[in-house]
Design a protein around this ligand. Structure first.
Ligand SMILES: C[S@@+](CC[C@H](N)C(=O)[O-])C[C@H]1O[C@@H](n2cnc3c(N)ncnc32)[C@H](O)[C@@H]1O
Length: 257
């Protein structure tokens, strides 16, 4: 998230940030969307009701779909062409642009809101904040969202401990706030309950799209995926047929000064 991250860590960060395209179709098929109430809360920080929205780090369009359902005009910016190809298949009417948070291919003050799903932790914020401030109208909103398993349900905590790899790390959404910047008001944080219908097979497919496993050595990746499947097959809540995976959606929102 910061250009000053030293050596090996910065190299791993860059590899993880660029790892998703190899599994773009699986990502589109298996990753969760975002609950409407979380999107609405994020957008509500804007001075005027948003119409033009940028989905930044849009991937295959998990967040784009929710924004379109709210009747918003969406532009999707994403660095990975394979991810963007999946987005275009799902949402052909959305304008897809190759770009990054550090170099957004949009004019100054052209959008009312910038929303970021599960991607803010990949940005170099020293460069991304001024870029986001540049494309946002004054009073416009920046909101960052993350989905996580709701570990209070018991088995997801055990499951997540099992699939942790040598590349795993702490999540930005665990923090009370995000790093601040003079162009933005202080962040507010809220969490929302969410869930996703799953089978053991689809949950294993999902974790195979997590960047820490995409960049893990092949033997470690295979062992983790095998252990995940074995756990789900013996755990009574997940052993047969469809089950709901309990999720928490964390949202941070701020307004451009
Ligand atoms: C975990 S995926 C999230 C995709 C989508 N927003 C979602 O909610 O499913 C992270 C995405 O961030 C993109 N990404 C990585 N570094 C980025 C950067 N510096 N600027 C913009 N997007 C970036 C990746 O290519 C990937 O598509």
């Amino acid at each position: 998230m910061n250009s000053s991250t030293p050596g090996i860590e910065a190299e791993l960060h860059a590899r993880r940030a660029a790892s998703f395209g190899a599994k773009a179709a699986a990502y589109a098929a298996h990753r969760p969307d975002y609950p409407e109430k979380a999107l609405a809360w994020g957008l509500a920080a804007a001075s005027d009701s948003p119409k033009q929205v940028l989905d930044l780090g849009a991937g295959t369009g998990k967040l784009t779909g929710g924004l379109l359902a709210l009747g918003l005009a969406v532009t999707a910016v994403e660095p990975d062409a394979q991810m963007l190809e999946e987005l275009t298949k799902a949402y052909p009417a959305v304008t897809p642009l190759i770009g990054t948070a550090e170099k957004i291919p949009l004019p100054d003050e052209s959008v009312d809101a910038v929303l970021v799903g599960q991607a803010f932790h990949w940005f170099d914020l020293d460069r991304a904040y001024p870029e986001i401030a540049r494309v946002l109208k004054p009073g416009g909103v920046l909101a960052a969202l993350w989905n996580h398993d709701d570990e209070s349900a018991g088995w997801p905590a055990e499951f997540n401990k099992l699939i942790k790899s040598t590349a795993s790390r702490r999540w930005l959404s665990d923090y009370e706030s995000l790093p601040e910047h003079e162009a933005f008001e202080p962040f507010e944080k809220a969490t929302f309950g969410h869930k996703q219908p799953r089978t053991a097979e689809s949950l294993v497919e999902t974790i195979a799209t997590h960047s820490h496993l995409l960049v893990a050595p092949e033997a470690e990746r295979a062992a983790k995926l095998r252990a995940a499947r074995e756990f789900l097959d013996r755990n009574p809540e997940t052993a047969s047929g469809e089950f709901d995976l309990p999720l928490t959606t964390t949202v941070f929102r701020t307004r451009r000064r």
